[in-house]
Design a protein around this ligand. Structure first.
Ligand code: SF4
Length: 618
């Protein structure tokens, strides 16, 4: 048993004892809670009445246990009802934003303008005193609190990689909300619940104290406190017992929710992340596979694609082609726009970014061609995870920490295909075996933190290829790994290319050594533009753009001691230079480079470059 689970034992046992005791009230040999014995009013503890008798001579112990039923039922019932409604509003508002946010979270917040006790009084006054009106009043009262907490947590979680990965699989938004986001917003939800249960008990006792809650002669802790107050000087213990019961129960719930929060926090689940540093024995022998794809019709044709945030262009008029069986590497420094180009193909651009021009014609499995850049969310979701898949850089962040690996692979399949449970399970195990995860039956039941870094990356690749995609976009899939694992993952990609000769791949990387290993063609990007493109072997042998030449010169090769660093940095989108964007860093720059933008030149039929002086660069 994990330490977090062990910490749950004490509060869970106390709560279980309290709940079982009040539920077992009809079975226990308790005195009748309504039976009065006026001659013995305020009598102290005795063999027949362990906690004494109240102002009407009724048994205090019996009323305390029966009263717990009403108090707990009202507090827990309203806390749960408000949690369900508030969580639904917060999830919907936080995930969809815009009008949905207005109609859910913002609408619920109107209730917060009213003083809580006044609102409860209003509802109880309108509907009359009693258990159900009180539950309704408390539910209305607490729903906005849950909605706000879940809304804030959803906002944080929806931007994380594993949610983006789920969207990349084409999973339905409601499935993402329930299976991916909800488990990750549970910790703050539970903290809120502990506060609400405590607060609901206090308000119940307060309203009962005012005669607006539980209706006598039904006992509740609030009513008992109310009655005991008027007899405090004669029998002070009558006030102590219900107060102790109330305070003890609130404390126990607080402790339980606090420990549950720790146990369910994904950050504690993934605390075993250092496992990924386990040494691996096998050495890498990855080699790039050349695909004979030149004569095939394009799988993806990107033309003049631009991506911008407001007026600021981050990707400018990018044109690329991927053919079936071909691997195209997008290479460049951080900020070059290579990742944004990949994300634009899957409709996963961050909210503030939009495709502002160009097209991306994709040849579907059924033979039709569609423009990915013009598809709405529903259209792109049908393709994502099915025909087009994505592998992310950080598998630890992209995999849902609270779902088993097998469930995540199954989820990817279920999002697009209806399979019976046995077939689905076999397919999951086959996929995990296919990507090289040892003992796949057992590993399918493991959580991400139980796998090494390399295995997590393999599991994410299994998720990505679960539906045999025609186009796979890998965004720096080896960057977060150590060199040995990196080589193994590259080997796995090379094997995928062999096994699925019709699958096209876009491999985003900043590492030219990786390009040499895996890609057939390479597009070099700089400051949002493609500055050179062509077959890997030719570009490496004879670059025609100074930036490509500088990148190649900066790669350590065979123990070479002469590495050439590229001076300066990629310009900020706010301060793009006039003319050639590489001019401030270019050793070949001349006057015209700073005045006009170089047009695309074609040094060979299958190559392009964007440089005035390409013939002199080699
Ligand atoms: S156009 Fe001029 S500044 Fe730009 S890469 Fe070519 S030589 Fe350098």
């Amino acid at each position: 048993m994990s330490p977090a689970a062990r910490k749950l034992i004490l509060p869970a046992t106390i709560i279980a004892l309290i709940v079982l005791t009040v539920l077992a009230a009809p079975l226990l040999p308790l005195a009748d809670v309504r039976a009065m014995d006026i001659p013995h009013r305020f009598a102290g503890p005795s063999g027949a009445h362990w906690l004494g008798q109240d102002e009407f001579g009724r048994d205090v112990l019996a009323r305390l246990i029966w009263g717990g039923q009403a108090s707990l039922f009202i507090a827990v019932g309203s806390a749960l009802a408000a949690a369900v409604i508030g969580a639904a509003l917060g999830l919907l508002g936080g995930y969809f934003r815009g009008v949905v946010e207005l109609l859910t979270v913002r609408a619920a917040e109107i209730i917060l303008c009213l003083p809580p006790l006044l609102l409860a009084l209003l509802v109880v006054t309108i509907l009359g005193a009693g258990t159900w009106p009180l539950i309704l009043a408390l539910t209305i009262l607490y729903t906005p609190n849950y909605a706000r907490v879940v809304y804030a947590a959803t906002q944080q979680v929806r931007g994380l990689d594993f949610v983006t990965a789920q969207r990349a699989m084409g999973t339905h938004p409601l499935t993402i909300l329930v299976r991916t986001i909800l488990p990750n917003v549970m910790p703050p939800l539970l903290v809120q619940m502990s506060l609400v249960i405590a607060s609901a008990m206090v308000i119940e006792s307060g309203l009962s104290f005012l005669g607006l809650g539980v209706v006598p002669p039904t006992p509740s802790w609030g009513l008992m406190i109310r009655a005991a107050r008027s007899a405090m000087e004669v029998a002070p213990m009558l006030l102590v017992w219900p107060s102790l019961a109330l305070a003890g129960t609130i404390l126990a719930f607080n402790l339980l929710c606090d420990r549950l929060q720790s146990a369910l926090d994904p950050r504690s689940i993934t605390a075993g992340g250092a496992l990924w540093l386990r040494p691996r024995a096998r050495r890498a022998t990855a080699a790039a596979m050349a695909a004979a794809a030149a004569d095939k019709a394009p799988l993806l044709e990107i033309g003049e694609l631009s991506v911008a945030v407001r007026e600021l262009e981050l990707v400018r008029r990018v044109s690329l082609t991927v053919r079936p069986g071909e691997t195209l590497a997008l290479v460049g420094e951080s900020g070059s726009g290579k990742t944004l180009t990949g994300l634009a193909m899957t409709g996963l651009l961050p909210d503030a970014l939009h495709v502002t021009g160009g097209k991306a014609l994709y040849a579907r499995r059924d033979g039709g061609r569609i423009d990915l850049a013009a598809l709405d969310e529903d259209g792109i979701r049908r393709l994502r995870g099915d025909e087009i898949s994505m592998v992310f850089q950080d598998a630890a962040a992209a995999l849902n920490p609270v779902l088993r690996i097998g469930d995540q692979v199954a989820e990817a399949i279920r999002a697009h295909h209806a399979l019976d449970a046995a077939t689905l399970q076999n397919r999951v195990v086959d996929l995990l075996r296919h990507v090289g995860i040892p003992d796949p039956e057992r590993r399918a039941r493991a959580y991400p933190h139980e796998l090494s870094g390399g295995q997590r990356q393999r599991a994410m690749i299994a998720v990505a290829i679960a539906n045999n995609p025609r186009l796979l976009i890998a965004d720096e899939p080896t960057t977060a790994l150590d060199p040995t694992i990196q080589a193994q993952i590259l080997q796995l990609f090379a094997q995928l290319k062999r096994d699925t000769p019709e699958m096209g791949m876009i491999f985003v990387t900043h590492d030219l050594a990786v390009v040499a290993e895996i890609a057939d063609r390479v597009a070099v990007m700089y400051a949002g533009e493609v500055v050179e493109e062509g077959p890997v072997s030719e570009i490496f042998a004879r670059p025609h753009h100074p930036y490509t030449a500088a990148l190649i010169a900066s790669v350590p090769e065979g123990g070479s001691e002469r590495l050439v660093a590229i001076p300066g940095a990629v310009p900020s989108p706010h301060a793009m230079p006039q003319g050639c964007r590489f001019a401030p860093r270019c050793a070949h720059a001349e006057a015209r480079c700073g005045e006009s933008v170089p047009e695309i030149a074609r040094p060979a039929a299958d190559r392009i470059t964007r440089c005035f002086r390409w013939e002199e660069v080699a």
